[in-house]
Design a protein around this ligand. Sequence first.
Ligand code: SAH
Length: 217
Amino acid sequence: MTTIADQRVGRMEFLLNLRRRGIADAAVLRAIDEVPREAFVRPEDVEQAYVDHAMPIDCGQTISQPFIVAYMTERLALEPGHRVLEVGTGSGYQAAVLSRIAAKVVTVERYRTLAESARQRFATLGYDNIEVVVGDGLLGVPEQAPYDRIIVTAAAESIPRGLLEQLAEGGIMVLPLGPQDGAQIIVRLTKAPHGLVRENFIAVRFVPLLPGRAREL
Ligand code: SAH
């Protein structure tokens, strides 16, 4: 059995571990501290919510590893006034973390079931600056473009050009890039005045970014 005190110790360890692994941005650490990850995992995984692992969620997808959520958020260099687009809502955890720093988050998911669960979680937690859209995130959400920041949380085989068009001048996009079963890395693209600047970061493993809306729920 896990007691509330255990959970509290678990959460402190969890934050310390992120710091130890190099997450230094105070706003990111504060956002991670504020979002209860146990509200985003399956009921049977609640006791594992503050372990630094990815975990399965519905529709064969995963909630990302907290370190990766923190790492990608840090690479985004978010500011409080920013409008952010996330592709791949999944559990909603990453969007929740973004929403504690940025002004507005639009998040797109191809599975209606996942989008609806995430929407419910945000409502319960009172996170009212997140909009969940069901659709193909590869097309972005042009009605609300441009975005100051774009984060993709499923692995793309090549740079999604359509999304770049929805990125503001000077904007930043962070995504895992690489083949479905091969080496993927976190890439940051900055839309600079003289062109696109690309930086490569750490190796990761994400579920694939798939075209179109999901046929099942
Ligand atoms: N950010 C999530 C982790 C998502 S896993 C979290 O914090 O829990 C990746 C998600 O991307 C999956 O839910 C998958 O269904 C979704 N996805 C994959 N391709 C997509 C696309 N083209 N458009 C929208 N969502 C997509």
